[in-house]
Structure formats: structure tokens, C-alpha cells
Design a protein around this ligand. Structure first.
Ligand SMILES: [Zn+2]
Length: 436
């Protein structure tokens, strides 16, 4: 229960009487005497609940799309025959990017538990291939020829999957771009009969290694399981990349019961369908399984990712995102015309309009880009309940504009220790000192 409400606004500018609708920037909020009690800390608690970061399927635009900067390093041996050459490598990476982003745009139904009706929630992030700024020749795809660190061995005595040399030598913009190292198998290992070929990858928190792309891309393009055919090539590559980057975004393997998500059931982690139980039925399709059919992220996993990308949660990850919330986009305007509560931090990219009949309750961080405003229409209501309105780019947003028509003015309720910062049209929050 909220213990109090405050609904006072004063305007410095009054609209001219000849206009039907007048607009004024809110300039002062006065907190009534009876409401002057300490901040209700619990009002901020929902911001820490990861489930609240799940995109709202009825209002997908309320979760603006995030972009993760990404680059690729094609590791090769000195003679250049262990991995893609520069022409085919560039083409392959572009295909991987296309396929990976297409998959992010189209999530699938979870396969397990069998008969589930787990919601299919849209992913609200994409990858953006990023070269060094100011260098038009840099496409974010790099080729390295280094006999010392080009090959990956996933098993056995010579296992080097944890080796970081490639990243240390060749990483580019390590703090702001997620570097993906595309590792081939060592050429001399491939000729050995005992070498175990496996398409492992590994995530290191803010960069990843993926293995076997070249080997698979140059083989048959379809993996023929016992019952299902699975495409190889860029499809296989994109899946492995989603899995490894999924770790960097905060996801754990989904076949265990300790992944922090109830909608990814514990299961035997079958690589795919096979006629023998349990893999005749209990094969999954989650991106965090080791599975050839992977194609689904669960709602909880998506909420986890979006929570981790929110301000303050994982600062290192946040730096890898394109700061899309710094550029004002008129087409990114969000209109509220019903009763909506935002229980999670949000980065808006345009104006926010609370229309007549709409009520918006904001309970967490809400960043607005330079040039953006919040508009509250005469019969609209904005409730700031533990909200922090601010700009996350060291600039100023415009402020809260109230519309008046037929003697009615948009309402702003201010409670729960809310704050309004970084505004051009400043809003003074005052305490009422006496009451008649
Ligand atoms: Zn993994």
C-alpha cells in the first residue's frame, strides 16, 4: 500500500485563453504536509525483480530495442588455410549476422516441458556489427594469421579452450564491443584420427570464442539426424553465437535446475532426437541447452537479459550497448491511453505521451533523450512512485508538459521518493509549510 499521494502542480506559463488546449511545462511540485514522511523504500523494490523486465507483449514498444555492438576475428594459421579466407570469411560473417538477427526477431515455442504453454516473448535486442569509429574501411571483421594461437582444442591433454591469447593480442575496442573469436581446429589435429571434433564455444564475460564454423561451413550444409534435418553453415554458427553471448548476457545452462528460471525445466540435455529413451522425447530446443534444435528463449531468460542490460545492473555489459537512448527519435514516441505500470527501468528514445483516459505509473529509472518531453493530456494521469526521471547521456531532456482544456489539466502525482533530474524546464519540488 502506498501511504500517500501528492497531486499539486503549479505553472509559470499559462496558456492563452483563446486556444482550446494550452500547454505548460510543469515547474513546481508541492508536497502536502501530511505526505511529508520518509521515502517508502519498498516502492523501489519492483525495479530489482527480473521478471518485471520481460517485454510486454501488448506493448512491445515499451521495451525499446537494444543493440549489442559486436565484432569478429577470424583466426588463421600462418599459411592461411585453417579458416575462411578474407573474401569468404567476410561473406560468411555477414550471413551469420543476418541469420542471428533474424532469429532474434522471431522467437519460438519452448519444446520442454512437453505440452507446455510457455509464452513466446519477443527478444528486444539485436547485434550490430561495429568497426572502429572514423575508419570507413573497418567493417568489424578482422583476419589474423598467428600460428601460436589460431587453433582450438576442446578436449584432451592439449585442451586450450580457456586460452585467452587471441583476445589479448587482437581484441578491438574490448570495453565497448563484444569481440567474437572464430576459432578453427588446428590443422595438424584435424588430420589425427583421435582428434575429437566438437563445435564448442566459450564465454568470457564480455567476449567469446566460437569453434568449428569453418569446418562446418565447408561440410554438408544439412546435419541429418535420425529424424530431423538441421541446417549447418551460418545457421549452426548463429546458434552457437547466441548461446555463448547468452552466457555473457547472464544466462546459465538450461538443462540444470539452478539456472534461475522456472520455465526452463531440468532435462537430460539430449543433443537431439534419438530413438532411445530419454532422447526419443526429452530433447529440448532452448538456446542455453547443448542441442542441435535450439531455437527458443524462455520468458524468464528474456527478462534476465533485459534486466542485465538495464542501467546500473551490469555496467560492463551496458557499455557494449549502442546508446540508442541518447538519440531522440520522433517515431519512438510512446502513447499511453490505458492504465499501465512500469515496474522496471526503461530507456526511452522519444516523447512519452499520457493521453486522455490514460494513467501511467512509473516506479523505476526512466531515461529520456535530449529533446524528449513527457506530455500529460487534460484527462491523463502520470504517477511518479519512486520514479527517477533523468537523462543517461549527460544532457537534458525537456520536461513534463501539462495540457489544459475546458478547465481540466493533466495530473502528475509525485510520491515514493521520486526524483526528476536533468530537465531543461526545471521542476522544483517544494514542501508545503502550512495548510489552511
Ligand atoms: Zn554454455
Amino acid at each position: 500500500m502506498f501511504r500517500y499521494l501528492i497531486v499539486f502542480g503549479f505553472f509559470t506559463l499559462l496558456g492563452t485563453c483563446s486556444q482550446k488546449v494550452s500547454k505548460q511545462y510543469l515547474s513546481e511540485i508541492v508536497i502536502p504536509v501530511e505526505a511529508q514522511i520518509p521515502t517508502a523504500y519498498e516502492s523501489k523494490a519492483p525495479c530489482k525483480v527480473k521478471e518485471n523486465y520481460m517485454p510486454d507483449t501488448n506493448h512491445v514498444d515499451h521495451t525499446p530495442l537494444k543493440s549489442i555492438r559486436i565484432n569478429f576475428h577470424i583466426m588463421n594459421g600462418g599459411n592461411g588455410t585453417a579458416n575462411f579466407d578474407e573474401r569468404e570469411g567476410t561473406a560468411f560473417i555477414k550471413q551469420v549476422m543476418f541469420v542471428a538477427n533474424a532469429k532474434l526477431a522471431r522467437n519460438s515455442q519452448m519444446r520442454l516441458p512437453i505440452g507446455n504453454n510457455t509464452a513466446v516473448i519477443p527478444m528486444r535486442y539485436r547485434y550490430e556489427l561495429t568497426g572502429r569509429p572514423g575508419d570507413p574501411k573497418d567493417d568489424g571483421i578482422y583476419f589474423h594469421y598467428d600460428n601460436e594461437c589460431y587453433g582450438q582444442i576442446n578436449y584432451g591433454k592439449q585442451k586450450n579452450i580457456y586460452d585467452k591469447t587471441a583476445f589479448e593480442r587482437y581484441g578491438v575496442m574490448k570495453d565497448t564491443v563484444m569481440n567474437v573469436f572464430v576459432m578453427p581446429y588446428p590443422e595438424d589435429s584435424l588430420s589425427s584420427k583421435t582428434f575429437k571434433i566438437s563445435g564448442n564455444g566459450i564465454a568470457f564475460g564480455n567476449w567469446v570464442k566460437v569453434c568449428g564454423w569453418h569446418y562446418n561451413a565447408t561440410k554438408d550444409t544439412i546435419w541429418k539426424g535420425n529424424k530431423y534435418e538441421v541446417p549447418y553453415g551460418e545457421w549452426y554458427a548463429a546458434k552457437l553465437m547466441h548461446h555463448e553471448i547468452g552466457h555473457n548476457l547472464g544466462l546459465r545452462h538450461s538443462w540444470n535446475s539452478n539456472d534461475g528460471c522456472d520455465d526452463t525445466p531440468k532435462h537430460p540435455n539430449c543433443y537431439g532426437y534419438s530413438p532411445k529413451p530419454p532422447c526419443d522425447s526429452l530433447w529440448g530446443n532452448n538456446f542455453m541447452d547443448y542441442n542441435t534444435h535450439i531455437s527458443a528463449w524462455s520468458p524468464c531468460q528474456i527478462a534476465t537479459i533485459h534486466h542485465n542490460m538495464s542501467p546500473g545492473k551490469k555496467p560492463k555489459l551496458r557499455k557494449m550497448l549502442v546508446p540508442t537512448w541518447c538519440d531522440f527519435k520522433k517515431e519512438a514516441t510512446i502513447n499511453i491511453d490505458e492504465d499501465i505500470t512500469w515496474n522496471s527501468a526503461k530507456d526511452l528514445e522519444g516523447n512519452l505521451i499520457v493521453k486522455n483516459g490514460g494513467t501511467l505509473t512509473v516506479r523505476c529509472l526512466l531515461s529520456l533523450p535530449k529533446g524528449a518531453k513527457i506530455e500529460v493530456h487534460p484527462k491523463g494521469k502520470l504517477i511518479l512512485d519512486g520514479a527517477s526521471l533523468y537523462n543517461d547521456c549527460e544532457e537534458k531532456w525537456k520536461g513534463i508538459q501539462l495540457l489544459t482544456a475546458a478547465g481540466e489539466t493533466g495530473t502528475v502525482v509525485y510520491q515514493g521518493g521520486s526524483e526528476i533530474k536533468d530537465v531543461e524546464n526545471e521542476i522544483k519540488v517544494a514542501l508545503e509549510t502550512e495548510r489552511n
